[in-house]
Design a protein around this ligand. Structure first.
Ligand SMILES: [Zn+2]
Length: 170
């Protein structure tokens, strides 16, 4: 399934603003996720500034740090706001392999993230279209561009594989 084409309103703008660099970053975070995957759900995220430079990076640290807020997106956000010395990210993009959950989606809206690019859709917990689309909710006063389904097959199989391994360990 190619999720880009399901979001008619966003399709044109999304494709114009999406480029090979984003694919390169997606491949990078997929590799990062494989490393994280030995102990955590394999999720990684990067934040790029308006010139495409990486200003924040995060991997899921929920188990390692016993931290319910230890999601890759939030860790990357914190690092990027330190780098930027600003809490606003209107000109920035966040790239992650799985659709952000509702907590991270809310944080990204609060941070005024300009664009969110993700791989696999999360129909259970996704906060940007999979389960609920908080970017379109009336409580969201920020217009965010959301592009889903980038390298979806690779991203989805990485997550599926992790759950399969987990089941085999129990
Ligand atoms: Zn999250």
């Amino acid at each position: 399934m190619n999720y880009i084409f399901k979001k008619e309103n966003r399709t044109e703008a999304s494709l114009n603003n999406f480029n090979a660099e984003h694919i390169r970053w997606m491949k990078f975070i997929l590799r990062q996720s494989k490393k994280v995957g030995e102990i955590e759900l394999p999720i990684s995220a990067v934040i790029l500034d308006e010139r495409g430079r990486c200003i924040g990076r995060g991997s899921n640290k929920r188990n390692v740090n016993s931290d319910p807020l230890g999601h890759a997106e939030l860790i990357a956000l914190r690092q990027a706001s330190f780098m930027k010395n600003d809490w606003r990210f209107n000109e920035c993009s966040l790239i992650t392999i799985l659709e952000p959950c509702t907590m991270c989606a809310s944080a990204l809206i609060q941070a005024r993230m300009g664009r969110v690019i993700y791989g696999a859709l999360d129909e259970k917990r996704g906060g940007l279209g999979g389960s609920i689309d908080l970017s379109k909710h009336k409580s969201s006063h920020h217009k965010m561009e959301v592009i889903g389904g980038i390298l979806e097959k690779e991203c989805r199989s990485e997550i599926k594989l992790w759950f399969k391994k987990l089941r085999n360990q129990i």
